[in-house]
Ligand binder design. Structure first.
Ligand code: 5GP
Ligand code: MN
Length: 338
């Protein structure tokens, strides 16, 4: 983002505006942390701001300050459409293409509002007037911190903003352990703690609120773990039947794929999760080092993301999807073995 663009945005935000802030579908900690963090910032300057999420998010994020103000597009479409069509500015956070908002894509394409994209995913589309894209960033939440800083408002970062941004940085970095975590990330985190983020409480709220069923489902996933040791790859499946048995709730499968990646020597880990109501297999891909799962997901599973974390989908059955995956793998032998 250039200095000129920043100064244009500053001018734009000088008087109260109608602002809609949108995360991607199936919002995660970074998506909700960044949208709500920005929401609290804009509210401080008397903007009429609202977060509209394409659909609901996991229970372990429902304590975030401002959670009660979030509108869900899939359950409040008429009101959401009105707000989007009459807004002055739309921030789209933590995604790189409008189709990542599911059913909101149409109205977001049609609205005349000025769009501002802030995101750290690879290959952003060019639908927005202002684009702040940085794939080296660990999280969109860290970018929101830098964005507020660029606008000259670092002192405005209060406890609510800090709490939201801390949460997204924490979840998108696997609690500050992924490669994308830099010394700057730690400095930002330190400032957020100084400004009121209660770090121990946030970790507890997100990670220590598991249900019994969630842990049983994790056990089931680990039981289904397969290791392809000659290709340093591991994968996990969860069928709809297994999800039903453990009374699956949104968010219950989050993080399971990381257990596959934690196997000694494994560079590439994938989880395949059956979703009967959508008629798809949802795929989460993770890697260590230079194996590019964004590329893999784009080329084979209609998805994308980052080099070390991406998502995708398949319309084949669970079995056929895994078969397809296993048949593709050998073409990556050099990358997976090096
Ligand atoms: P997850 O596996 O946790 O759903 O997603 C991993 C990363 O890839 C996240 O940053 C997420 O936003 C991104 N991602 C997930 N699914 C898709 C997809 O279908 N398309 C694209 N472009 N990115 C995705
Ligand atoms: Mn993110």
């Amino acid at each position: 983002m250039t200095k000129r663009e920043i100064s244009e945005i500053k001018t734009l935000l000088k008087s109260p505006k109608k602002v809609v802030i949108v995360p991607h579908k199936n919002p995660d900690g970074d998506a909700m942390g960044s949208t709500l963090g920005l929401y609290h910032y804009l509210k401080m300057f008397n903007h009429n701001a609202i977060v509209i999420a394409p659909n609901d998010y996991p229970e372990f994020l429902k304590w975030l300050p401002g959670d009660e103000s979030v509108l869900k597009y899939d359950s409040d479409k008429t009101k959401a459409d009105q707000l989007i069509l009459s807004s002055d500015i739309i921030f789209t956070l933590d995604f790189n293409a409008l189709n990542r908002t599911g059913d909101m894509e149409g109205v977001l394409t049609n609205t005349e509002a000025i769009k501002i994209l802030i995101d750290h995913h690879q290959q952003p589309d060019s639908y927005a007037k202002y684009i702040y894209s940085d794939v080296s960033m660990c999280s969109t939440c860290q970018m929101i911190y830098h964005f507020i800083d660029m606008l000259g408002d670092i002192k405005a970062i209060n406890a609510n903003i800090s709490t939201c941004l801390y949460t997204g940085i924490m979840t998108d970095t696997g609690s500050f352990r992924f490669r994308s975590t830099t010394s700057t990330t730690h400095r930002v985190i330190a400032n957020l703690i100084d400004n009121g983020a209660n770090n121990a409480q946030i970790h507890n709220n997100v990670y220590d609120t598991n249900s019994y069923n969630k842990l049983q489902l994790l056990g089931c996933g680990l039981n289904n773990l397969k290791l392809i040791s000659n290709l340093n790859t591991a994968h996990i499946t969860l069928s709809q039947k297994e999800l039903n048995t453990h009374d699956y709730k949104k968010g219950d499968t989050e993080g399971i794929v990381n257990y596959a990646l934690s196997l000694k020597g494994v560079k590439f880990a994938v989880i395949f999760i059956e979703n009967q109501s959508e008629g798809i297999i949802k795929i989460s891909l993770r890697s260590k080092g230079n194996f590019d799962v964004n590329r893999f997901a784009r080329e084979h599973f209609n998805g994308g993301g980052h080099i070390n974390a991406a998502g995708g989908r398949s319309e084949l059955s669970l079995e056929k999807t895994v078969e397809k995956f296993i048949s593709i793998l050998p073409t990556y032998t050099n990358d997976l073995k090096s």
